[in-house]
Design a protein around this ligand. Sequence first.
Ligand SMILES: Cc1cc2nc3c(=O)[nH]c(=O)nc-3n(C[C@H](O)[C@H](O)[C@H](O)COP(=O)(O)OP(=O)(O)OC[C@H]3O[C@@H](n4cnc5c(N)ncnc54)[C@H](O)[C@@H]3O)c2cc1C
Length: 386
Amino acid sequence: MIQRYDLIIVGGSFAGLACARTAALKGLKVAVIDAKDDPGARMRTTGIVVKEASDDFDLPARHMRKVRGVRLYAPNDRFADFTAPGYFFQATDTTSVMRWLASEAERAGATLLYGRRFETAVEHARGVALPDLGLHASFLIGADGARSRVAENFGLSRNTHFLAGLEIECEPLDALDPRFLHCFADSKIAPGYIAWAVPGVEVTQIGVAARRPAKPDLGELLLRLKTVCDIRDIRVTSRRSGLIPAGGTLKHIGTNRVMLIGDAAGTVSPVTGGGIHTALHFGRRAALLVSDYLADRGAHPVGALAKELPRYRAKLLLRRLLDLAPPNGMINAFLMTGPAKALAQRIYFHTRAGSTESYEAWAAEFERGELSQTPPQLPTPKLRLI
Ligand SMILES: Cc1cc2nc3c(=O)[nH]c(=O)nc-3n(C[C@H](O)[C@H](O)[C@H](O)COP(=O)(O)OP(=O)(O)OC[C@H]3O[C@@H](n4cnc5c(N)ncnc54)[C@H](O)[C@@H]3O)c2cc1C
C-alpha cells in the first residue's frame, strides 16, 4: 500500500532534520528517508558550528565545546591569533548532535525512515510518487548532500566544484592549546584550502581539505603538527572523508513540487567550507515556505527560497584566488601582514572587530573572575497596541 505524506525529505542530516522538525510542528505529515541505518552513522563533517547556529537552534551544550579563537599558522610556522569579544565557535560531538536533531524531529511528529535509499521518483501536477519505496508526497525536498540524487533525478542544478576533505579523530592531544582552532595555510598540504587541528569534545580532530582534483596530504599535515605539539602518542579512533561543495548556491533548485536545500543546493561558504549553519537555517525556512504553500496557498517555495539564499559573490571571487594555491613562499610573505590579518579576521569573524586587548589578557582576567559584572544596558521596551 502507498504511504501518503504532505512532505517527504530525502536526507536526514542537518538540513533535512531541521526542515522535518519545523514542518511537523507546522502540522504537515512529514517523512524523512535516509540511506544510512542510524542518524549518527557515517558522519562526514568536522562539525564546527558558528555561534549563531548554536544560538538559533538551541543545540544542546552537553554535546559541544566552546573554542574562542583561531590560531592561523603560515608554512614557516609563524602564527597569528584571532578572536572577537563575545564570540566563539563550537566544536561538536556531531554524532550526538545528529541523534538529538533526529529525536527532536520525531518528537515534533515526523516519521524517520532510515535505511531507505532514494533512487528515483516521478513528479506529477499534485505531487511526487516514489514507487520503489511505496511512498507519495505532495512536496519532496532533496536534502541529500553534495552529490544529490534528487537533483540528478529531477534535472536540477548540481554541484560541480568541490573541496575534498580527510579527517582523523584521535584521543585528546593534551599538548594542543584547547582555546583555539588551529588552522594551517599551506599549499603543499592543503592546496586551495587549509588544514586544521581541533580540540573537540573529548577528542582531537585533525583534518585537511584541498580543491579538487588536488589531493589533501594528511601525512604531511601530521609531520607539520609535530612542530606545534607532541603527537608521539597519537591514538587514532576513527577517520572520515567527504566532498564540500565550493561553487556557491546553485541556480535551479526546484520544480513545481520538488526543492533542494543544504549542500544539495550548494549553500556552503565557498571560502570557509562551512555549511552547517546555512543547512539548519534554510532547512527551517524551507519548511515554513512549504507549509504556507500547501496549507495556505502562500508563495511558491522554490522562488521564495531562491530569493533568500546567499549569493556569496565576494566569497566566490576569493575562492578563485584560493584555487590558484599560491606558493608557500608567497603565503609566508603575505599572511602575517596587516591586510592579510584583517582579511582573516573578517573571514573568521565577519564584521566583528578584533579585540584591541590580547586574548591572553582577556582570558587571564576572565580566569581571575575580574570581568565587569555590570548588567548590559537594555533599551526600554516599547509596547504597541495592535
Ligand atoms: C570533511 C568535512 C568537514 C566539514 N567541516 C565542517 C565544519 O566544521 N563546519 C561546517 O559548518 N561545515 C562543515 N562541513 C560541511 C558540512 O558538513 C555540510 O555543509 C553539512 O553537513 C550539510 O548538511 P546537509 O544536511 O545539507 O547534507 P549532509 O550532511 O551531506 O547529509 C546528506 C544526507 O543525505 C543522505 N543521503 C544521501 N544520498 C541519499 C539517497 N540517495 N537516499 C537517501 N539518503 C541519502 C546521507 O546519508 C546524509 O545523511 C564539512 C564537510 C566535510 C566533507
